[in-house]
Design a protein around this ligand. Structure first.
Ligand code: ARG
Length: 266
């Protein structure tokens, strides 16, 4: 009888401890690592307890750009939806585009989400989640430009955002000496407007956003390269990869991803 009672007390203690852990505060390390969040989703270990840290480069509308002090766009909304599913708070870190992979590799950020194209080269450094969107590299020129097709770019000065796939393809196809690298796509577009360069190669949605807000530019009617966008995750972090892929799957199935895309791409 005595033994039984003791066991019951012990069980009650264990239960209340685990219940506490279950709805534990976000700064309790153990609970963040091994408990379940309020909505029942198993939580994963992240760079900062209770927080999903997203590394991005907010120069890339409609995927990520500033609205006042806030970073808004498709990637910000998708990351927020993923964080909600995982019972985590979202924190966005803005950095240079070519620092994102390093931030993810070093574990400073959990997720690189930046309209980032899945490439074999990047796969050597990070893992990619399932794709959530597609992109196309397009070419912006001045209205009335003699450049009418990809072939016309030969020997012309091409502006790109540093370390993007546009940069890589342009150098491969037209020679390094013909490619001008800028920190931001918008800087390349400014250089095009002022006549410093002849064309800009950049993803189609930002291209549309830039052309809309700048006079005298047009996008060539050609699809240079088709791409898949995905989130980058630290290599070998399969717990986080699986958790994010699980969240993405649900968000695709319940129409959330499409809703977010439609909100920004009209
Ligand atoms: N899709 C291109 C790439 O992955 C460009 C992405 C640029 N993204 C940004 N947030 N600036 O290289």
């Amino acid at each position: 009888m005595k033994m039984k009672k003791l066991a019951a007390v012990a069980l009650a203690v264990v239960m209340s401890v685990s219940m506490l852990a279950g709805c534990g505060s976000s700064n309790d390390k153990k609970s963040a690592e091994s408990s379940t969040s309020a909505n029942g989703t198993a939580t994963v270990k992240t760079a900062k307890d209770g927080v999903l840290t997203m590394a991005t480069n907010a120069t890339f509308p409609p995927y990520e750009s500033y609205e006042g002090n806030d970073i808004v766009g498709i990637d910000a909304d998708i990351a927020k939806a993923i964080a909600d599913k995982l019972g985590l708070k979202l924190e966005i870190q803005d950095m240079e585009f070519n620092s994102i992979i390093t931030a993810v590799q070093s574990g400073k950020a959990d997720l690189g989400l930046a309209g980032m194209t899945v490439t074999d080269e990047r796969k050597q450094s990070v893992d990619f989640t399932d794709s959530y969107a597609t992109g196309i590299q397009s070419v912006i020129v001045k209205e009335g430009s003699s450049i009418k097709s990809i072939d016309d770019l030969k020997g012309k000065k091409i502006g790109v955002q540093l370390a993007t796939t546009g940069d890589i393809y342009a150098k491969d196809d037209f020679g390094e000496e013909n490619v001008e690298e800028y920190n931001k796509g918008a800087d390349a577009v400014m250089a095009l407007t002022s006549g410093k360069i002849d064309a800009v190669i950049i993803d189609n949605q930002p291209a549309k956003a830039f052309v809309k807000t700048t006079d005298g530019l047009q996008i060539l009617d050609t699809d240079y390269v088709q791409e898949d966008y995905a989130a980058a995750i630290q290599k070998g972090n399969t717990d986080l990869l699986n958790a994010v892929n699980g969240a993405l799957k649900e968000l695709k199935e319940d129409g959330t991803i499409q809703k977010i895309l439609d909100k920004y791409i009209k």
